[in-house]
Design a protein around this ligand. Structure first.
Ligand SMILES: NC(=O)c1ccc[n+]([C@@H]2O[C@H](COP(=O)([O-])OP(=O)(O)OC[C@H]3O[C@@H](n4cnc5c(N)ncnc54)[C@H](OP(=O)(O)O)[C@@H]3O)[C@@H](O)[C@H]2O)c1
Length: 322
């Protein structure tokens, strides 16, 4: 099969297209004929091996353990493991697999769900990681309630574009923070208010019950200023935390601070699970979330797609058509 491969960490120049053997499917796994894959920041981190803390955490010291990059996918079931009963050959599915920048990829059955029928493969492929992260941030960790005021920092990117739509679907009043050129996008996603972070400090703009801190690495003092006295800030990510720890020190300080103040700070690593995909399908079927695709690239254009993401130019999500 055709697949993008990489043997060491680095820029997009480490990626190349090769013919390799199809992956073997395990007992609890499904082999998917990939029609489209999604690109996300996590895949970019796995390509670069940064922050370095990730390597120590077991992702491979000198190079990635998995040669084929890509996690999000949508496609058709080509084979099922002996322990899998939920799927049959031919089913249209979406989920989080290993090595989705390839014609075939293996996915654990508990990370796969039937594809929403109203979405194309291209649209479905850009949902799993980013939308599930947004959902978990708002509900499991942010404990959002209807009527609350939510600030989404990093609203124009992969996670943020879903967070804005999901927060609206959960009946919150949403303020979206983005750069000037992407304010139209976050408005079109349903944000009630927008803040251009190049002109205005979100911390001056009001008090929020929940802040999703997805980008920009703001200081804890600014986050506290943006919150109500009993508000919650969920630290999702951010690309300005340095190559070594990726901002982990700020997160650790936030978690310690949380024990001594009335405001709450939370942080999490997203869980990849079929139950969240099923929840997302309900929102999709109801027309409450729609993937916002900036551009779609062919498999041989994955390096270009990575460059586009790394430059911070993406509006919403990027898809790879296999
Ligand atoms: N905790 C987890 O399990 C988890 C899961 C998924 C992702 N993440 C992390 O979450 C972060 C976002 O991921 P993503 O996939 O959404 O990335 P992305 O698609 O690259 O989006 C990031 C967005 O942030 C915006 N941005 C950059 N600086 C900003 C600032 N100072 N203020 C407000 N917005 C700013 C960028 O556009 P503009 O600046 O042009 O508006 C961009 O649209 C990454 O660090 C990723 O590693 C964590």
């Amino acid at each position: 099969m055709r697949a993008v491969v990489q043997d060491r960490y680095g820029t997009a120049a480490v990626l190349r297209l090769e013919n390799i053997a199809r992956p073997e499917v395990g007992d609890q796994e499904v082999l998917v004929r990939v029609h489209a894959a999604g690109l996300d920041r996590g895949t970019w981190h796995l390509m670069t091996g940064k922050p370095y803390l990730m390597r120590v955490a077991g992702l491979g010291f000198r190079g990635p353990k998995d040669r084929v990059p890509g996690r999000d996918l949508a496609g058709t079931v080509a084979a099922v493991g002996s322990g899998v009963s939920r799927f049959e050959v031919g089913d249209e599915v979406y989920g989080v697999g290993r090595g989705s920048f390839a014609e075939y990829a293996v996915v654990r059955a508990d990370r796969l769900a039937p594809k929403p029928t109203i979405l194309s493969f291209e649209q479905a492929a850009v949902v799993p990681v980013s939308a599930a992260t947004a959902l978990q941030a708002l509900t499991d960790h942010g404990r959002l309630e209807p009527g609350q005021r939510v600030l989404v920092i990093g609203a124009s990117g992969g996670v943020g574009s879903y967070a804005v739509q999901l927060a609206k679907a959960l009946e919150a009043e949403v303020t979206a923070v983005a750069s000037s050129g992407k304010l139209d996008l976050v408005r079109s996603l349903g944000a009630d208010h927008v803040i251009d972070y190049t002109r205005e400090d979100f911390a001056d703009s009001g008090q929020y019950d929940l802040v999703l801190d997805i980008a920009g690495n703001p200081g804890l003092r600014r986050l506290r200023r943006a919150l109500t006295p009993t508000g919650t800030a969920v630290i999702v990510g951010g690309e300005d935390g340095g190559d070594l720890t990726g901002g982990m020190n700020r997160t650790l300080r936030a978690l310690v601070l949380s024990r001594f103040v009335s405001q709450r700070f939370a942080n999490f690593i997203n869980k990849e699970r079929a139950s969240d995909l099923d929840r997302l399908t309900t929102f999709i079927d109801a027309g409450q979330i729609t993937p916002s695709i900036d551009r779609a690239y062919r498999l041989d254009q994955v390096p270009e797609a990575m460059g586009h993401l790394a430059a911070g130019q993406v509006r919403g999500k990027v898809a790879i058509i296999i």
